[in-house]
Design a protein around this ligand. Structure first.
Ligand code: UD1
Ligand code: CA
Length: 459
């Protein structure tokens, strides 16, 4: 059986009020379109055709490999959109799945079951439906016993039809040939003067074909038309992600305050505290403890590592390493096993070797630090001379004194030290102490002298 998927995504989504095509809005790190493609992948399609219109270039550019886009211009209704969608295929398909691009809660398992149910039955079309307490605005599913006879839009429905609570989700499985034929035969005789995909149902039934409905949980039918609905959908998706993670053995103090994108990997045995945001290509290894108040994007956190009150982007944190509180790790920050980036520490494009520590108030940029080195409080690698960035290299078992300014390019050898407060402009050889400091002068009885001066007395 060959399967084609048509995603309807030409609409503008005026009610989003952002000027951006609706399907490009994101929920849990994926666009609505990506969610649609994820769920429709469960139909195991041979081809996927996405109908674009408003901002078609942007939407088409966002498509993954394996999906083609077709432009619908003008947008003359869902039936017209489906017809345009079919033109994206290189061959006719026995089965065609049609779904809208704005239903991110549609579960892949539901699509798989819908297709299976359709294939096992003798139906020409199977419609995914939900039962709503308030069906206002939706197409009502008119049925006689097991068979659907028509879908009637709210604006075209009789008062009696409006009492029907089973509604069309706009997700369908069709016999491909019958869909193509039906689309040729629908008119525009409705309140909006558009070609309705729903009218194909009446055409199929008129030809004596069987049409069935397949019920889903009403949550899955939730479409996104406004910012409020986007937030609601994102919240439900987040709930699913967190529930799945907890079921796999992730501990969360309060899952309502944990924000994990669909793209993130979290191993079992991890602990997550509130106000944690994990986004992009992030992976958390087992036994790590994250949060509270952490944002991690495109980063890897090693086994048993601890990250709290921190912002990480493009960083790699090794096994048992410590980050925070109040640390900022930027792209290329790599902490080896057991390393530490402590309070008010910023690290960029630098490797901190095994067991090495940058515990307090420091900036480390474009630097390589060896193992078991300690960087004293308030150290700065002065990597930028106003024209170019330069590297600092610090060896193993080094002791950088507090408030050292390391003027790059500069190298500190293994087992070397720097004196607190030094501005280090020259390399410090292995085992040496680099100190740059004026001799201290003590002025005796200074306080007493000042007091006398203030009182107008002679020295
Ligand atoms: C449609 C169904 C209705 C169903 C409801 C579920 C029809 C006539 N009605 O109504 O039975 O209950 O969805 O949400 O189909 N689109 C295009 N090109 C167009 C028009 C629409 O690509 O010319 C796309 C939209 O971007 C959207 C989808 O098709 O993703 C559904 O269109 P929409 O206008 O939201 O249909 P509804 O009026 O809500
Ligand atoms: Ca809609």
């Amino acid at each position: 059986m060959s399967v084609g998927v048509v995603v309807l995504a030409a609409g503008k989504g005026t009610r989003m009020k952002t000027g951006k095509a609706k399907v490009l809005h994101e929920a849990c790190g994926l666009t609505l379109l990506e969610w649609a493609l994820r769920s429709s992948a469960a139909a195991d399609p041979d081809e996927t055709s996405v109908v674009v219109g408003y901002q078609g270039t942007e939407v088409a550019a966002a498509l993954p490999d394996g999906a083609v886009s077709v432009v619908q211009e003008p947008q003359n209704g869902t039936g017209h959109a489906a017809q345009v969608g079919l033109t994206g295929f290189t061959q006719a398909h026995e089965t065609v799945v049609v779904l809208p691009g704005d239903m991110p809660l549609l579960h892949p398992d539901t699509i798989a079951s819908l297709v299976a149910s359709h294939t096992e039955s003798d139906a020409a079309a199977t419609i995914l439906t939900v039962d709503l307490d308030d069906p206002f605005g939706y197409g009502r599913v008119v049925a006689e016993g097991e068979s659907v006879t028509a879908i009637v839009e709210q604006r075209d429905a009789t008062p009696e039809q409006r009492t029907i609570s089973e509604v069309n989700t706009s997700v369908y499985v069709f016999d491909g040939a019958l869909l193509a034929d039906g689309l040729e035969r629908i008119g525009t005789d409705n309140d909006q003067g558009e070609q309705y995909l729903t009218d194909v149902i009446a055409v199929l039934v008129g030809d004596g074909h069987m049409v069935r409905s397949f019920g889903a949980d009403h949550e899955e039918g939730l479409g996104v038309n406004s910012q409020g609905q986007l937030a609601e959908a994102a919240s439900l998706l987040r709930g699913r992600i967190n529930t799945d993670l907890m079921e796999s053995g992730v501990w969360m103090l309060d899952p309502t305050r944990v924000y994990i994108d669909a793209s993130v990997d979290v191993a079992s045995g991890t602990e997550i505290y509130p106000d944690t945001y994990l986004t992009g290509r992030t992976r958390i290894e087992t036994g790590a403890c994250i949060g509270p108040s952490v944002q991690i994007n495109d980063s890897t956190i090693g086994e048993g590592a601890r990250v709290l009150n921190a912002v990480l982007n493009g960083a790699t944190v090794g096994t048992q390493a410590m980050v925070g509180p109040f640390a900022y790790l930027r792209p290329g920050a790599v902490l080896a096993a057991g390393a530490k980036a402590g309070a008010y520490v910023e690290i960029k494009n630098s490797e901190i070797g095994e067991g090495s520590k940058v515990p307090h108030l420091s900036y480390i940029g474009d630097t390589t630090i060896g193992r078991d080195t300690n960087v004293g409080a308030a150290t700065v690698t002065v990597n930028y001379d106003g024209y170019a960035k330069h590297r600092t290299t610090i060896g193993d078992r080094v002791k950088i004194g507090s408030d050292t300014m390391l003027i790059a390019p500069v190298t500190i050898g293994d087992d070397a030290s720097t004196g607190a407060g030094s501005v280090i402009t020259h390399d410090v050889p292995e085992g040496a102490l680099g100190v740059e400091r004026n001799l201290q002068q003590n002025i005796p009885d200074y306080a007493e002298k000042r007091r006398r001066r203030a009182d107008g007395e002679a020295d």
